[in-house]
Ligand binder design. Structure first.
Ligand SMILES: NC(=O)c1ccc[n+]([C@@H]2O[C@H](COP(=O)([O-])OP(=O)(O)OC[C@H]3O[C@@H](n4cnc5c(N)ncnc54)[C@H](O)[C@@H]3O)[C@@H](O)[C@H]2O)c1
Length: 114
């Protein structure tokens, strides 16, 4: 267990999520980065330092999200801060049925699970 409040940042390997992680770490929280990009999230956790934990997790898969949360709470303690940031912005035909399903999985499925 840890004394610092635990902050979980999804999509934390880069971009806005990583920037949030830096800011929240500066304010005294212990950071857990979750991202579908396994090597990227490990590298980001190393770069941030301060005992940051990087976890590979697809936020579009509720089973992965729930087991990640169980593991964080068992290993580190309760999650006090959630930045539910993971998401996708890709060019292309947004209205294509498979793309809508995929976007819903990440934005709706993942965020409600977390
Ligand atoms: N940058 C913008 O202008 C902008 C505008 C509106 C909304 N947003 C939203 O803000 C969030 C962050 O944007 P960003 O610009 O930092 O994007 P980014 O692409 O730089 O970072 C997104 C991160 O989310 C991760 N990710 C993608 N799918 C995932 C999944 N299924 N499970 C776990 N991680 C996943 C990616 O690997 C990546 O590390 C996104 O949700 C994006 O849609 C961004």
């Amino acid at each position: 267990m840890t004394e610092k409040p635990i902050a979980l940042i999804t999509g934390g390997a880069q971009g806005i999520g990583y920037a949030c992680a830096e800011a929240i770490a500066e304010n005294g929280a212990r950071i857990v980065l979750a991202d579908i990009n396994a090597p990227g999230v490990e590298a980001a956790a190393d770069q941030l330092g301060q005992d940051t934990v990087g976890i590979a997790c697809d936020m579009g898969k509720p089973d992965q999200v729930l087991s990640m949360i169980d593991k964080i709470e068992a290993d580190l303690g309760p999650i006090s801060i959630l930045v539910n940031n993971a998401g996708i912005a890709q060019p292309g035909d947004f209205l294509a049925p498979r793309r809508i399903e995929w976007v819903d999985q990440v934005f709706l499925g993942g965020r409600f699970s977390a």
